[in-house]
Design a protein around this ligand. Structure first.
Ligand SMILES: [Zn+2]
Length: 209
């Protein structure tokens, strides 16, 4: 089974790769094998896991790391007969997940434009698909800017929508739960308090079997 997911951004987004860009930009955006910005499937899965957990908790269902099941699910044993539904769908340390989230890539037309921009750019890493933002670090006590704390961050502008797929072996009830998750999700990436990453998650109604 495959579900198609699109993420529409309403503000610029930053999704850190953990690397700097050529020592020039402190926090680079995650990129795919072609060097085009992408959103990690693992991070998307984490967002969906959290949303699904809240939906089940609102229904007073037993899920781990909640009031009723304070511990995370481990392998079934004396204390626990089976994994909770969240761990069954999204996986646990000793249990493979039933769903896989692919990395989200810019929609095909935007992807082609970015590839062309990259081919025609003089710079190997900054080719027009992203913007560089600068920020400072504030000293709360002195209420001034900290010395030598200017940093830079690479963002993708909000016009770009990203496509991902959710693949796996799940039943109809689990699919209903996954389709409810976007109702609770409205952001992605870092810098939410600075207005970054506001978005809308949209799932296509068709399920590909
Ligand atoms: Zn669990």
């Amino acid at each position: 089974m495959t579900l198609k997911l699109t993420i529409h951004f309403e503000s610029a987004v930053h999704h850190a790769s953990g690397f700097s860009l050529a020592g020039v930009v402190d926090k680079g955006f995650l990129r795919d094998h072609n060097g085009i910005p992408c959103l990690s499937g693992a991070a998307l899965k984490g967002r969906f896991r959290d949303a699904a957990r809240h939906i089940l908790l609102a229904d007073a269902k037993d899920v781990c790391e909640s009031g009723r099941k304070p511990q995370a699910c481990g392998p079934p044993g004396i204390e626990r007969k089976e994994y909770c539904r969240i761990c069954q769908i999204f996986g646990a340390p000793a249990l493979p997940a039933r769903v896989v989230f692919t990395d989200a890539k810019p929609e095909p037309e935007a992807y082609e434009v970015m590839l062309a921009q990259k081919r025609n750019s003089a710079s190997p890493f900054h080719f027009g698909a992203t913007e560089i933002r600068h920020g400072t670090s504030l000293d709360r006590l002195r209420r001034t800017v900290r010395a030598e704390h200017l940093f830079s961050l690479e963002t993708v502008p909000p016009l770009v929508a990203f496509d991902a797929e959710i693949r796996g072996c799940i039943d109809a009830a689990d699919e209903v739960l996954l389709r409810e998750c976007p109702l609770l999700l409205n952001s992605f990436g870092a810098g939410g308090s600075r207005g970054l990453g506001a978005c809308r998650y949209e799932m296509e109604p068709e399920t590909i079997l």
